[in-house]
Design a protein around this ligand. Sequence first.
Ligand code: BTN
Length: 246
Amino acid sequence: MNSTIGNIIRLSVVDSTNIYTSKKLSQFGMNEWTAVVADQQTLGKGQRGKQWHSQFGKNLLMSVYVKPRAIKHDHQFLISAASGLAIIKTLGEYGIEGKLKWPNDVLVGDAKICGLLIENQWEKNNLECSIIGIGLNMNQIEFNDYPWKATSMTKLKSQTFDLDEVLEKVIKNLKQLMAIAESKPAIVWTHYQLALYRLNQEIKFKTGDNVLEGILKGVNESGAIQIQTERELHSFVNGEVKLMRT
Ligand code: BTN
């Protein structure tokens, strides 16, 4: 059943919580920090035009509407960094250690537990608003593991988790991390690098048709990944390079 309590809009089935939020926003407006949550999406959006699949009622599928006014165009990756860190913090509260795979995935070990899809709306150089889409694997056990292996909280901890409790924690942590991103971005950067999957380790990556190997040195303040190969230090923005499974 669909319902709205406080700043949470609960839907049973929807095309995509990100699409719903964006439409609702343009038609009626919304209070900042409204979260749209669904049991199932028929057109769940993943990164790079892919679909996000999730079994009915098993996982956290949510979009949060925020207006991080202090974040400038060049530093928009801060929203991804803060969102990823909010998930890492939430998982940590359940004894699960997550890592951030650039640009927007949360992994445990080498398996993906959460995907983020952040859609920003700009008015010239000013950020109008941001829709933070979060797909956190909670109670699902079977996955189509491609291209990255998938995991869930229940697979890692052998228990069932309460979706509402986790939702509450995600919002609390997201509010905290977004406030830090706006007031003290350096703190978010430091924590982002510390949580980075494969930092200072050898990675394989694909750019165009080339597959190269190098050491992951970090991510700069524009969100570009820094990779040291034998020949040079490369800097790639999202879309220019893909990390490969090794
Ligand atoms: C990815 O890793 O490809 C990003 C996945 C993001 C999925 C979430 S589920 C809730 C929100 N609504 C969507 O349509 N997508 C995001």
